[in-house]
Design a protein around this ligand. Structure first.
Ligand code: THU
Length: 289
């Protein structure tokens, strides 16, 4: 059933339609809403939201999100728990503000655009932040909804990343071992960087797939805090386990929160951390002692 009537100023914003529909479903489930909810969502620019802010709220500047509820609070609270159809209202979101605020807070644009939608939606559902108590309830709920969404999303991302690693594996040059390995590294900004093992007749000169991916990422200007996950895949009985040299490189060039996804062509997957792979690692801190 169509839940969100989605309008956007640019085709490139359309990818948020799926995200917002999912966030709406998670929110309604979390709040035990029985009614069928319909929402209008408009992703616009700063000029447009500025006009709305000025005309309807008498505030003469652009803002990030504005929502207009169609029903007053009393009526809405009665209806939410009944099996009925409710057109909740409209949510306007400025894409430009989304970009500015994502930079300011140091998180992804997707995270910011998701936050703005959930914030606007909770207002439509009657939540507010006029005082400390209201604010705490609304903001905790926002965090909870965004975390649930992120967790779901990570699962989808993990599978997609393994698929990319398997694709990268096709680029392997491994005539000596005949053991092709692929790697795919996911960055916060959505970039996926690939690697495959490249061998040499002088065997020790060969380079593993995951190290190729990590070094490529650094050559593209990424740092450990930009990298969220690394998938490694081979035709192994168990999910492909990285060699010791790669573990040492990972322990220095990836963050402790980076997810390492070990996989094989059969579809087995195991998610571990860098520390699981190499506890008590040698590091730069050991050098000058
Ligand atoms: N290999 C990798 O690419 N990654 C690993 O984690 C394990 C091993 C490659 C290196 C070599 O080209 C081949 O697999 C056999 O050792």
């Amino acid at each position: 059933m169509k839940k969100i009537d989605f309008t956007s100023f640019s085709k490139s914003y359309n990818r948020f339609k799926k995200v917002y529909n999912r966030l709406l479903t998670i929110t309604l489930k979390r709040l035990n809403v029985k009614a069928n909810i319909y929402v209008s969502c408009i992703i616009c620019d700063n000029d447009y939201i500025h006009k709305i802010n000025k005309d309807y709220r008498k505030i003469d500047r652009p803002t990030d999100v504005i929502s207009f509820a169609f029903l007053d609070d009393g009526k809405r609270f009665d209806l939410l728990n009944q099996k009925c159809d409710i057109i909740l209202g409209e949510i306007y979101i400025s894409y430009q503000k989304g970009i500015e605020q994502a930079k300011e807070y140091g998180h992804s644009l997707d995270r910011e655009m998701s936050f703005l939608f959930v914030h606007g939606l909770l207002h439509l559902l009657g939540y507010d932040h006029q005082n400390k108590m209201e604010e705490e309830i609304m903001f905790n709920l926002q965090e909870e909804i965004l975390s649930s969404y992120q967790e779901e999303n990570i699962m989808t991302n993990e599978k997609e990343l393994v698929a990319s690693a398997l694709k990268a594996r096709e680029l392997s040059y491994s005539p000596y071992s005949n053991f092709a390995v692929g790697a795919a590294l996911l960055c916060k900004d959505g970039d996926v960087i690939l690697g495959a093992n490249i061998e040499n007749s002088s065997y020790p000169l060969s380079m593993c797939a995951e190290r190729n991916a990590i070094y490529s990422a650094y050559l593209k200007g990424k740092k450990k805090e930009d990298i969220v996950a690394l998938a490694i895949a081979a035709d192994s009985d168990n999910p492909c386990s990285p060699c010791g040299a790669c573990r040492q490189v990972m322990s220095e060039l990836l963050s402790k929160d980076c997810k390492i996804i070990l996989a094989n062509v059969k579809g087995d997957m195991k998610v571990v951390s860098v520390n699981d792979l190499l506890p008590f690692a040698f590091s730069s801190e050991d050098l000058n002692k």
